[in-house]
Design a protein around this ligand. Structure first.
Ligand code: S3P
Length: 172
């Protein structure tokens, strides 16, 4: 563990379930920084899980809250921030993160990702009610928004500690 000379905040992007939260937490610990998970912040504000926010209040309100929270946190230094897999659909979010932070894309292949689906589907309204084929299509279509990054880590076959160590090394 050591302190990085980089004071910009770090933002993790990537598809649902690639490990943004777990890896972000590990990196934060290794760099002695605060970790912020935007989905958790949204859930705190509404005091309900994401699935309920989508059901009761709607995706539009979720996306607006997501944007204002990212705008708030990304302008602070020394944070480790994990944003939801759909955050970079919004150009304003992409720009504010790219301008103020170091954006890391956690890149996991479909072949690895598909084995995680049962672990994450219950808490991801965007995946619910879709066939595997439709989810694969969404996965592929979403890759375009993740091309907006400064650094990319290919995480196929790596455990979260290995990914976190690699990221910390790359920030020295
Ligand atoms: C979403 C991803 C989720 C969460 C919401 C919508 C998306 O975050 O923000 O369910 O549209 O990809 P994770 O990527 O952390 O699962």
């Amino acid at each position: 563990n050591r302190i990085s000379p980089i004071t910009k905040s770090i933002v993790f992007i990537g598809f649902m379930g690639v490990g943004k939260t777990t890896i972000g937490q590990l990196v934060a610990k290794k760099l002695y920084r605060d970790f912020i998970d935007i989905d958790q912040e949204i859930e705190k504000e509404y005091n309900m899980p994401t699935t309920e926010i989508f059901k009761q209040i709607g995706e539009k309100a979720f996306r607006e809250k997501e944007k204002s929270l990212i705008e708030h946190f990304s302008q602070q230094p020394l944070k480790i921030i994990s944003v939801g897999g759909g955050a970079f659909l919004q150009e304003e979010i992409r720009n504010i993160c790219l301008d103020n932070c170091i954006v890391f894309f956690l890149d996991l292949s479909w072949e690895y990702w598909k084995d995680r689906i049962n672990l994450i589907i219950d808490s991801r309204p965007v995946l619910q009610g879709r066939t595997l084929e439709e989810i694969k299509e969404l996965f592929n279509n979403r890759q375009e928004i993740y091309s907006y990054h400064h650094s990319k880590v290919k995480t196929d076959g790596l455990d979260v500690e290995e990914v976190a160590d690699y990221i910390v090394e790359s920030l020295k």
